[in-house]
Design a protein around this ligand. Structure first.
Ligand code: PNS
Length: 170
């Protein structure tokens, strides 16, 4: 059966622990391309995260409170199952360096193997965000370094609170 791609709903899944300006850039570009973008905090209940799902949802909701065509949700199951529930047909992922490629390729093919009704679409990361990752952000922030400008202001604030630092270097 031919799938109906007339309403282009894209899911942008990730851990977003925390969301970075690299993610924000991808989302802002995606809202121009799709009818709706669902930012999906995909979490594993057995994994440790810095921020709770609620904190991550709140931060993301705040960042996009004035942007049309965006929904924020969370899910702990298989991405392909969420796609079925939500009626989405596109998985959106950002791609930074070549090093992202293998992991992304594996996930896209594994998802594809489970359902043919989805397409994974990649957007190249903005040049400015090429080296930005949630993992590095956490490491730098935890050691008292500055991540100002790499994450939205509300996230920077939350990181400062979490690590009880004052970003003394900027
Ligand atoms: O931001 P991340 O951590 O690189 O995102 C990875 C994520 C959340 C997209 C991936 O782990 C995922 O899709 N998890 C949901 C569970 C699932 O479907 N796993 C199989 C992926 S092939």
């Amino acid at each position: 059966m031919q799938e109906d791609f007339t309403k282009r709903i894209a899911i942008y899944p990730g851990s977003f622990d925390p969301i970075t300006n690299g993610h924000v850039d991808i989302i802002k570009r995606a809202v121009r391309m799709f009818d709706e973008v669902i930012i999906l905090i995909a979490y594993n209940p057995n994994k440790n995260y810095l921020f709770t799902v609620e904190e991550r949802m709140e931060m993301i909701g705040e960042i996009f409170k004035d942007t049309q065509g965006i929904r924020v949700d969370c899910y702990s199951g298989l991405l392909v199952d969420y796609l079925k529930i939500s009626g989405a047909n596109i998985v959106l992922r950002g791609m930074r360096a070549l090093s992202d490629f293998e992991y992304e390729f594996q996930m896209a093919l594994m998802n594809r193997r489970q359902t043919k009704r989805i397409e994974t679409v990649f957007l190249m990361s903005g040049f400015k965000w090429f080296y930005t990752s949630s993992k590095l952000i956490k490491e730098v922030a935890s050691l008292g370094g500055t991540v100002k400008g790499l994450v939205p202001d509300n996230v920077n604030q939350k990181l400062t609170e979490k690590f009880n630092t004052n970003n003394i270097r900027g």
